[in-house]
Design a protein around this ligand. Sequence first.
Ligand code: NAD
Length: 372
Amino acid sequence: MLETEKFQIFNPVRIVYGKGELENSRDIFGVSQVLVICDPFVSTSEYFKRAMEKYKSVFIYDKIVPNPPCEMIDEIIESVYEYSKGAPKFDGVIGIGGGSTLDTAKAISSLLVSEGKLSDYIEGKKRFDRRLPLMLVPTTSGTGSEVTNVGVYTLNGIKRPMTSPTFWADVALIDPILTYSMPRRIAATTGLDALTHAVESYWAISTQPYTEGLALRAAKMILESFEASIDGEEWARDEMAVAATIAGVAFSQTRTTAAHAISFPITSFYNVEHGLACALTLPSLIRWTYKFVSKKMDDFASYLGLKDVEELAKKVEQLMEYSGFSRRLRDYGVKENELEEIAKVSMEANIINLTPGKPSYDDVLRILKEIY
Ligand code: NAD
């Protein structure tokens, strides 16, 4: 029996996967004068430099910091105007890096042809209705940002997700070679993010059969390759690159739920990496939501070859341990008397209402106390 009376699928991003495809990116993207927003480690790589030689002109901005602050994005716009001596003349924008860089590139491609500052758009005072052509090339296997219409920015010290029709890229270019340089910790935190996307998209109240298939496939690939990926095996990095994008397409339709909502204050207040912050509450949420989605989660566990949902929760805990991460909030600098504030801020993210059972403030606080 269908759980949803109505649903629609909309994801206009062209996805191109291939080892070594960065070198063909000029032909894939089809533009020649580009603004490249990239991670600092990308701009120094020979592989990247070779690929950029194929473009007619390239302006590179590579001073991206994680959890992109709005001030950084405003500064990039200023630098680009300074470089262009007036209105910029790019045919397109390329973002190459982790989710922070891809989200930055999304905002830049829209702001370059719009008025005002990013904060106006986050606060809903203005809406983007155009952007420059945009290609996104992930170097982590986690966020799925390359295939979503979401951007996450830090405004006044708090992470704020926003959606915009202009944040769908024209092309998501998945070249797993770019992920081979991820150190173990980054491979682990981003892999946990991808796993959280698959689980949350699958159980979200907004789920539907199309995305369930994607979430199941992504989760299976992630469980099969996570450990080898963080150990640096290339076959597993390739698999994680694909799985993270598939999970991204899944949650681009459903959005995420409580694990993401609770992760925002944990990252903003204690600087815990995004994927790790999501995974901290995932096992407890798997157990908590079970009573609302039992049959569905039994199917999920069974497809993954696990005995039951408890085994799924334990599997997430085991992957965190394998990665060397504590599962206790106290180990990340959280004080017990701060749990109420974390719960309060978590409730402000409206994705919390997409969680099966719609957890209340008290439920969230109970979960936070459980993992304290
Ligand atoms: P990140 O982009 O913040 O990068 C973390 C660190 O990893 C940086 O220092 C970066 O330089 C480094 N790094 C990235 N790729 C590397 C590589 N191949 N080799 C070596 N170092 C590398 O990390 P992330 O987890 O990819 O992105 C997190 C951000 O994405 C958060 O702001 C999160 O909220 C956001 N996010 C966005 C969406 C979306 O749909 N837009 C979804 C989930 C998360």
